[in-house]
Structures are given as structure tokens and as C-alpha cells.
Design a protein around this ligand. Structure first.
Ligand SMILES: *Cc1c(COP(=O)(O)O)cnc(C)c1O
Length: 365
């Protein structure tokens, strides 16, 4: 049996550190925000090389809070990619702004920057590129458009911890960035957790206030905010795991290289990344004809795979009211039936990758 993700193995490999982290939070009853959250914020800021990291409850809240902190709301348009997890677009609607979808690139899967300009209007306030599957979006083109049209860029880094674009870590290129530490992400907590990052002081302050009932100090509610705080146990687990993130990331990259080698010259379309992009393979996604049938056959051979995502965002029922047709997003639409995510994690062995590839190649013939 080769599982699609294996969180248990990672825990077993680091059980001593993680159990100790959890026990100390309980011992000190430091359950919400406080010492452990602050420590993790500082460590993650140092890791990214950014001035401010503001923790929050999850990676959807972090997108919402950032949009709010930049004053984005009703009457504003926000550009997002057509292929992503729904949080990217959902957060735009939640703050009352209008989501504007842009189609994906055929091999990188990130937003097609050549299509962005035609969607920019007087109402456009922000672009939220997603470093999808761990592959950096084309940030030079995005930042050039943002400069020309005076737009805010919020990077959705939920899948790209440790990724880099032309030597710069994702999450440090736009005006601000959003991270999720959902358990299955490249850096995952043992529950929901998220963070925002920025170099802009007043945006950092505004985010901190929004995430904690509009206050900075006790009873000092300057504005109305919400409750989106990181809990101490999650923070301590993230601090215990952060020192291993580089090691795990390099293992993912090495695993992707093995997949690339074994699956070269097959009928599969493999991920393609420019040399100066550090793709961190949150997911290793291939394109294959008859995807559903092939996924079933792999499952029958005890190999689990995933689909990210089976329906492009604009074509989801949730966006039916916007009246999009498949031909509005030809790349995302033509790919949604072919995308197949193969098992990918640091703990995956070369033997397991061999087994996945051997079976996959047999099945596709
Ligand atoms: C996981 C994810 C999020 C949201 O994170 P949660 O912590 O689950 O709320 C946002 N955007 C993308 C692209 C994601 O993959």
C-alpha cells in the first residue's frame, strides 16, 4: 500500500521533539497566541527573510485578513487564477469584493500572466497569484503589472513553503503573502493554522488587530476585528518542525527528480519548471488521458493518488451565478479531466516511487 500522504511517518520520525513541544504548551497552559505563537512568528520571519509574520487560525483567514488590511472590499475587483483551491477566490467574496478569474498556464499550472492585463479595469485593486503545487507563479510579470496599474499583490503561498523565484523566497516578492499550515501542507500543524507575512509595518499592525478582535493590547480595541488566533499547541509543533523544512523540501525535490527520470518518454505530461524557479512539489501533478480510469486501476493496485482540482474554480457550482462557460477558461477546462497527483512527501522511498511508476507505466501501456 502506497498512501497519497503519510503524516504518521513524519510524526514517528520526529516524535520526541513534537511530543515535547505539545507537553510544554500544556504544562504552561499557553493555549492561545502568546509565547509560542510569537516564537514561531519570529522563527518563520527569519526563515523567509521578511520583517513581519502574523500568525492566525488558518490559511483562508490569512487571505481574508490581508485583503481587509489593504482596504479591499465592496466595489473592488481582485484577480485570481482559475485553477486553485477555493480559498483563493472564497476570501475575495467574503470581504465583499468581486473575484475575477484568469486562466492557467498549460505546463506550470500557475496564472497565465499574459491574460491578466485584459482583465484589469478601474475597479481592479489586487492580484492574488498562487504558487500552485509548489511552483512559483511568474512574479516579474505580475509585479510589473502591479506597478503599472497600482495594484496590491498578495501571494498565496499555501502550497509553496520554501519555494523560490529567481533566488527570492515566495512570500517575500509581493506586498504581502498568505501561508496555510494545514496538516498536509509542506509545513503542517496538527490542526488548522495560518500566517500572513509582509515588510510593510502598518499592514502588519492592521493584520494583527484584525486577527485579534481589533486590539493590540488588552482591552485596547481600536477597531472591530475577529477571532483568528494561532493556538499554542499548533505554534509549538510548527516551531519543532520548522528546522526540518529544508531537509523535507530537498527530499521532495529529489523525489520529483526520480519521478521525472522514470516517467520520461511516456505518454504522461510531466511538470515543467524553469531552472531559476525552486518548485517545492507540494504536489507532483502529471496529465494523463482517461485519468479517472487510471486512478481506479492504481487504487486497485494499492496506490493512492489525488486530483487537484477536478473542477476549475469558475466552473464550480459556487460560481454558477457568474455564468462562465468552459470556453472562457480553455486551459483549465481542458486539463481538469487529466490532472493526476502522484504520492509525494519527504518520507517516500525510492522503492515506493519505482513501484508507483512501474504500475502507472504498465497501466497506461
Ligand atoms: C490550503 C490552501 C489554502 C487555505 O488554507 P487553509 O489553512 O486550509 O484555510 C489557501 N490557498 C491554497 C492554494 C491552498 O492550497
Amino acid at each position: 500500500m502506497i498512501p497519497f500522504v503519510n503524516l504518521k511517518q513524519q510524526y514517528l520520525n520526529h516524535q520526541i521533539e513534537i511530543d515535547k513541544a505539545i507537553a510544554s504548551v500544556i504544562n504552561e497552559t499557553a493555549f492561545i497566541s502568546g509565547k509560542y505563537a510569537n516564537t514561531f512568528e519570529n522563527e518563520f520571519a527569519a526563515y523567509l527573510g521578511i520583517k513581519h509574520v502574523m500568525s492566525c487560525a488558518n490559511g483562508t483567514d490569512s487571505l481574508e485578513i490581508l485583503l481587509k488590511a489593504f482596504g479591499i472590499g465592496p466595489g473592488d475587483d481582485v484577480i485570481v487564477p482559475a485553477n486553485s483551491w477555493i480559498s483563493t477566490s472564497e476570501s475575495v467574496s467574503t470581504v465583499g469584493a468581486q473575484v475575477v478569474f484568469v486562466d492557467a498556464l498549460p505546463l506550470k499550472y500557475t496564472i497565465d500572466t499574459s491574460l491578466i492585463e485584459s482583465k484589469i479595469t478601474k475597479k481592479t485593486k489586487a492580484i492574488v497569484p498562487v504558487h500552485l503545487y509548489g511552483c512559483p507563479a511568474d512574479m516579474d510579470e505580475i509585479m510589473a503589472l502591479a506597478n503599472r496599474y497600482n495594484l496590491i499583490v498578495i501571494e498565496d503561498c499555501a502550497q509553496s513553503h520554501g519555494a523560490a523565484y529567481k533566488g527570492k523566497k515566495t512570500g517575500t516578492i509581493g506586498h504581502a503573502s498568505s501561508f496555510s499550515f494545514y496538516p498536509g501542507k509542506n509545513l503542517g500543524a496538527y490542526g488548522d493554522a495560518g500566517a500572513m507575512a509582509t515588510n510593510i509595518d502598518d499592514v502588519a499592525t492592521h493584520c494583527r488587530m484584525l486577527a485579534n478582535h481589533g486590539r493590540l493590547g488588552k482591552h485596547d480595541h481600536g477597531i472591530e476585528g475577529r477571532n483568528s488566533r494561532l493556538d499554542g499547541i499548533q505554534a509549538a509543533i510548527l516551531s519543532a518542525k520548522l528546522p526540518f523544512l529544508e531537509k523535507w523540501t530537498n527530499a521532495r525535490i529529489a523525489n520529483a527528480a526520480v519521478y521525472n527520470k522514470l516517467l520520461a518518454n511516456s505518454k504522461l505530461i510531466l511538470p515543467s519548471t524553469p531552472d531559476n524557479y525552486r518548485h517545492v512539489y507540494h504536489l507532483y501533478v502529471v496529465q494523463v488521458e482517461n485519468r479517472n480510469e487510471i486512478q481506479e486501476q492504481l487504487k486497485a493496485r494499492n496506490i493512492e493518488t489525488g486530483i487537484h482540482y477536478p473542477i476549475a474554480l469558475p466552473l464550480l457550482k459556487a460560481y454558477q451565478h457568474l455564468g462562465f462557460r468552459p470556453e472562457d477558461f480553455p486551459v483549465s477546462y481542458s486539463q481538469q479531466g487529466k490532472l493526476l497527483s502522484l504520492p509525494m512527501y519527504a518520507e517516500l522511498s525510492e522503492e515506493q516511487i519505482n513501484c508507483v511508476c512501474k504500475n502507472l507505466l504498465e497501466i497506461i501501456g
